[in-house]
Structures are given as structure tokens and as C-alpha cells.
Design a protein around this ligand. Structure first.
Ligand code: PRX
Length: 653
């Protein structure tokens, strides 16, 4: 069972505040209580109805084919084009003048892109990619800052049936190279750079380095964003020339419902990131359904803002595919929340009259720390619904969000899901659910999630267990790119026919679900998944490091923080410089998000007699707790050696 004694969220279970929706919200809500009964009554008919939100060139014959479990097929034989659904059909319906994206650059430049303009640019980009030789099935890597071209590039790939692999712009050249390589990408779409924390940062050098070692890449399409100098290679093509010069008409092809839409790499329990594969019809169905119901979205009336980066699944499903399928008008912001001042987000909310805001607990905790005077300077009364995603939200942060940002007037939807699930799975339904601060509440209509014990049996209320999904869902991953075996082993082997999410969870006394964090060796830092093995393998690739162990320690702001314990090679210097150098090395290998907050140089690591590192004990040290049971340690004296800490470096970024 999950160890409740180290469960930082234990106190949440005593949370008994309820927040019912206001009668005004209920009266206009998209969702209703009947949805649950409807989905329970006939799950397949329910999903058929949700798929009806989309435009299909050819209707499917069978809702779900699960005969090849755990490889699902949804909306079998249906034919559909994602870009047509997200753009063309809205223009055809007469909404070409509606703004799709209000772009706000960090330096203050803005662009309002209508659905008509979006259609023109997506068609141009599709034509440009086709001219570079991209055909259906080819993989395209996208490594861009948060600028509209990221959305346009993704939709252009979708239009051509060329699966994209978006790599977060904060990842290193090496991380980009390994992802390009794994997917054998033919084209990379990037930019000269972007703006962050008040200055321009370069992106192109990392691409040059990655592409030099990635022979599959034939062309690199480069957006000019900052105007900074770039080294030009014979594979490079300017976006404004290739796309700008292309035709704005493009005849879309319709693809099989199971045609691959994208690959998105995420961390697992080994050092090698997994390419999570999503396909077309089922993914778009659930992204659109959840965006409509969970955010209570009203096309043409709401101004929606999801603050995620397109490099993560939240950006895929809730900036690009869900909102655009539902004809949203949305805000897209390039930069950081404190540039040029700590009220920047709230200034944006006021400026665009944002009605729906979707963000992460880390951001909320950071704002709470900065103080209410920053949001207090702006008019936030346009907000009518708030969302949270990526990590458990503690009741205090939930209450702050509700009162300071939401003016005690907005339902909060705490949405649980994963890169693998593709779309929201557990969440309150606004206008229906009586929310509780800190709980994601219940599986959505159409979704079956349970909390089980070691034997896979559903557990009693108030006990901790494992979160599982025991029915296939439309947006589920269809596998790990190029590694079917790992897919089966990783997600479906613990209990037969059951998807294990890797999260601990509990039911409260009323049967609602509370997420307790990962139970495997995956850390969650600011809502980003990072595996301990990945950081350990980066650490030991440093010349001075002989052995390394990494744990996620609780952190007030980022949820978890990475703490590394390293044993140096005999001839290595134990100096603050070496230790700082080791930290930076992880940044070079993976990206800044994976840099340990603290590196502790130790003489030994605590191991069991069979040689397994006892992370629980290291977590105790990292969190400055009294050591727990050390009786299974091969050499109990090592803990004294570790606690004495030879040298440490702490992140001051
Ligand atoms: O541990 C859960 C946590 O984030 C993990 C999924 O990470 P990723 O694939 O990067 O997707 C993040 C955005 C969907 C989960 O296994 N997580 C996500 N949402 C929540 C959460 N934990 C608690 N509450 C949530 N609402």
C-alpha cells in the first residue's frame, strides 16, 4: 500500500468544506447531472454522441474495438481531418471573423488572429511542408517558443496527416536530438529564438547541434521571432519565405480515425523518455468533449486562457485541439508571469476580459507567495471559471485561487489526467459538482477510474491505494512509439486488463477521489514529469560522478524539488565549483527544468542487501526528517555519513 505516514496530503482528508455552484451558474451550465446516468446507461452510445461534436467525412462503423487490448481502436473506419475540425468548419459556418488567438508577446507585441487568418496560415504552412516533401505518416519535430506559429505548425502537420512531435523549447540540444532520432523526424520546425524574462533567448543553436547528429532530418523550417543572428545551414529554410510565399488554399485529405496524430515524449521510470502515441478521432472527440463540459465553454462568448506551454500535453489538448475544435477565442502568452512585473498575468486577464483561466498549482502557490496586491491591481471580474492541472493542489492554494483570483465567485475544476490519457479524466463538472478544496472529485461521465489495493481490489473509503482506469477511453494512448512491449509492460501488466496510472489516490468519506502524487520513481516538479533515472543517468555521465541517486523532496512552491546525492570519483575535487558544474551538466543533458535544486556529495548511498537504493531514506534526508526504519540497510552506518553531507550546492536560480 501507499505509505500514508509520508503522505503530505493526509490532512486533506479532513477537508469538509463544500462549494456548490451558484444557481446562476447552474442555469447556464453546459453539463448536467444526467450526463453521468446517460454515460452509465450506455457508454458506447454516450461516446458516439460526443464524437458527433466533430465533422466526419465518413462516419465510423464501430465505436470501440478492444479485441486487440491493450491496443484500442475508437470510431473504427471513420474518416476525419483534425485541421478541418479545428479551423475550416468554423470559417465555413460563418465565423471567419471571430478571433481564434489573441497573442501577447512578452515584449508587449500583440497579434489577433481570426479563424479566417488561421485557416489561411495553416493552409500555407501545409503547402510549404508538402513542398519540403512531407507526406502523410512522416514525422515532424516542432521546437518553438510560445508563438502562434507553434499552433499553426501543429495544425499544418495534422492537416497533412504527418504526426508531430513537439519538444518543449526548454529542453536541451541532446534531449531534442534523442527525440528527433527516436521518431526519425524528417523536418524540424523551430525559430531563431523567443522572449523570456525580459530578453531574447536563442533556440536555433540547439537545433543545429541536434540536427548535425540526426541524419533523418532533411529540412529545418525557421520562424524569425527575435531577429537575432543565426548560423545558416543548407538544410535551413525561412518560415516567412516558404510559408509566406505559399498558397492559402489546400485541399485536405481525410484520414482514418486511428491515423497517428502526434507523438509526445514524457518521462517514465527508466532513463529513456517514452514517445506517447495519440491518434486522431478518439483523441479529438475527448479533447473537445472535456473542453466543452469541464470548462463550460461557450463559443463566441468566452475568452479562454490556458497558461501551459504547447510543449506539454496540456498545451496540445487545451490550447490547440480541444479549444479550437470548439471554436474558442483564446489568449496565448509567450513569456514569464513576472515580466515586466508580477502582475503581468492579471493585466492580461483584464486586457482581454478573460473568462476561463486554466493553470497549474505551482503558479498559484507562487502568486500566493508574491501576495494579493499584484492581482489586486487589476479588474479580474471577467473571470467565471478557474481550472488547475498537473499536480495535486493543496487546499490552501485552492482557497487562495478561489478567493483572490476568482473573487469567491468561480467554480474551480481540479483536473486529473496525463500525457497518456490525452484528455481530462477526473474532474468536477462545473454547475453540477459541489467541489471540495484539494479534490479532483469524480471520474467524468464516460470514464471509469478506481482506487485499488495491491491485489487490484477496489478499496474502502479513507484508505490509500493506486489509481487505475479499468475501461478504455477515446483519447487513450495507442502505444509507445516503436516499443509495443514497453507499452504493455509499463501500463497494463500490474493487473490484467487494467491501466495503472502510476499515481497514489484515496477516496474520502463521501467517495470522492484525492490524488496523492506518484508512487513510482517519477518526480513532479512544477507540474512537469521528470524521472529519477533520467536525472541519475545525466549525473553519472559527468566525468566527476561515480554514482548518483535522485529523489523528489516536498517543496512549498514547486510541489517536488529534485535533490541529488552523488558519490564522486576518487580523483575528483570536492569543491563548490565541481558541484555547480555537475548541476549545470544536467541542464545541458536534459534542460534547466531537470537541474537538481540541491546536489549533496556523499561517500555512500543507502542500499538494501540486494543493492537497491533506498530512496525513502534519502527523501528523509532531503526533507530534513528524522530517519525512518533503517533496519533493511546493508550498512546502517551509511546514513550517518550521508547526513553529515560533505558538500552541497543549492539552486539559487
Ligand atoms: O501525477 C499526476 C500528475 O501529473 C501526472 C501526469 O503528468 P503529465 O503526463 O506531465 O501531464 C500533466 C498534465 C495533464 C499524473 O500522473 N497530475 C496531473 N494532474 C493532476 C495531477 N496530480 C494531482 N492532481 C491533478 N489534477
Amino acid at each position: 500500500m501507499v505509505d500514508v505516514t509520508t503522505d503530505p496530503f493526509e490532512s486533506m482528508l479532513h477537508e469538509n468544506r463544500h462549494f456548490p455552484p451558484s444557481p446562476e451558474f447552474v442555469a447556464q451550465a453546459n453539463a448536467s447531472l444526467e450526463l453521468y446516468a446517460q454515460a452509465q446507461g450506455d457508454r458506447m452510445a454516450f461516446w458516439d454522441e460526443q464524437a458527433g461534436r466533430l465533422h466526419w467525412d465518413k462516419r465510423w462503423t464501430t465505436t470501440l474495438d478492444w479485441s486487440g487490448a491493450p491496443f484500442a481502436k475508437w470510431f473504427v473506419d471513420g474518416r476525419i481531418n483534425v485541421a478541418v475540425n479545428c479551423v475550416d468548419r468554423h470559417v465555413a459556418d460563418g465565423f471567419g471573423d471571430q478571433v481564434a488567438i489573441h497573442f501577447e508577446g512578452e515584449p508587449g507585441d500583440t497579434r489577433a488572429i481570426t479563424y479566417q487568418q488561421l485557416q489561411d496560415e495553416v493552409c500555407q504552412a501545409a503547402n510549404a511542408l508538402a513542398a519540403l516533401g512531407v507526406v502523410a505518416g512522416d514525422r515532424v519535430a516542432i521546437y518553438l517558443p510560445m508563438i502562434p506559429e507553434a499552433v499553426i505548425a501543429m495544425l499544418a502537420c495534422a492537416r497533412l496527416g504527418a504526426p508531430h512531435s513537439v519538444v518543449f523549447g526548454g529542453f536541451s540540444a541532446e534531449a531534442l536530438r534523442s527525440r528527433i532520432d527516436d521518431a526519425a523526424a524528417k523536418v524540424v520546425i523551430t525559430a531563431d529564438g523567443g522572449y523570456r524574462r525580459g530578453s531574447a533567448f536563442p533556440l536555433k543553436p540547439a537545433v543545429d547541434e541536434a540536427v548535425a547528429a540526426a541524419p533523418t532530418v532533411e529540412h529545418v523550417l525557421v520562424v524569425r521571432r527575435t531577429g537575432g543572428d543565426v548560423v545558416w545551414t543548407d538544410k535551413d529554410v525561412w518560415w516567412h519565405e516558404a510559408v509566406g510565399g505559399a498558397s492559402t488554399t489546400h485541399d485536405p485529405e481525410f484520414f482514418d480515425s486511428e491515423h497517428p496524430l502526434f507523438i509526445l515524449y514524457t518521462s517514465g521510470t527508466t532513463g529513456k523518455p517514452k514517445g506517447i502515441l495519440h491518434t486522431t478521432g478518439g483523441y479529438l472527440t475527448q479533447a473537445a468533449y472535456t473542453h466543452h463540459m469541464v470548462f463550460d465553454h461557450k463559443p463566441g462568448a468566452d475568452v479562454y486562457w490556458c497558461t501551459a506551454d504547447v510543449g506539454w500535453i496540456t498545451g496540445h489538448s487545451y490550447i490547440v485541439y480541444g479549444p479550437l475544435a470548439n471554436r474558442a477565442t483564446q489568449v496565448m502568452y509567450e513569456g514569464t508571469p513576472d515580466t515586466p512585473h508580477k502582475g503581468r498575468w492579471w493585466e492580461i486577464v483584464e486586457k482581454y476580459r478573460v473568462t476561463i483561466l486554466y493553470t497549474a498549482p505551482t503558479a498559484i502557490r507562487t502568486f500566493a507567495k508574491w501576495g494579493r496586491e499584484f492581482p489586486g491591481q487589476f479588474d479580474l471580474t471577467s473571470l467565471r471559471l478557474l481550472g488547475s492541472v498537473g499536480e495535486p493542489i493543496n487546499p490552501a492554494a485552492w482557497m487562495w485561487y478561489r478567493s483572490v483570483i476568482g473573487g469567491d465567485n468561480c467554480p474551480i475544476v481540479d483536473t486529473w489526467w496525463q500525457t497518456e490519457t490525452g484528455a481530462i479524466m477526473i474532474s468536477p463538472l462545473p454547475g453540477v459538482t459541489h467541489t471540495k478544496p484539494g479534490s479532483a472529485m469524480d471520474p467524468l461521465p464516460g470514464i471509469s477510474a478506481k482506487v485499488v489495493d495491491d491485489d487490484g481490489n477496489q478499496i474502502e473509503r479513507s484508505e490509500a491505494g493506486y489509481l487505475i482506469l479499468d475501461e478504455p477511453w477515446p483519447a487513450m494512448l495507442r502505444g509507445i512509439w516503436g516499443d509495443d512491449e514497453r507499452y504493455v509492460e509499463q501500463y497494463w501488466s500490474r493487473w490484467p486488463q487494467v491501466y495503472f496510472a502510476g499515481d497514489g489516490a484515496k477516496y474520502d468519506r463521501e467517495g470522492h477521489i484525492w490524488l496523492l502524487g506518484r508512487v513510482d520513481d517519477v518526480m513532479n516538479v512544477s507540474g512537469h514529469r521528470i524521472s529519477t533515472a533520467e536525472v541519475e543517468s545525466a549525473l553519472v555521465s559527468h566525468a566527476a560522478v561515480a554514482e548518483a541517486a535522485v529523489v523528489g523532496a516536498n517543496d512549498d512552491t514547486t510541489g517536488q524539488a529534485i535533490v541529488a546525492f552523488v558519490i564522486l570519483r576518487e580523483n575528483a575535487d570536492i569543491s563548490p565549483d565541481t558541484v555547480e558544474n555537475i548541476r549545470s551538466h544536467v541542464g545541458t543533458e536534459i534542460g534547466s527544468i531537470a537541474k537538481p535544486k540541491r546536489v549533496m556529495v556523499v561517500k555512500e548511498l543507502p542500499k538494501t542487501r540486494s543493492g537497491k537504493i533506498m530512496r525513502r531514506l534519502l527523501r528523509d534526508v532531503a526533507e530534513n526528517r528524522d530517519l525512518g526504519d533503517t533496519s533493511t540497510l546493508a550498512d546502517p552506518a551509511v546514513m550517518a555519513l550521508i547526513s553529515s553531507g560533505l558538500a552541497t550546492a543549492t539552486d539559487t536560480d
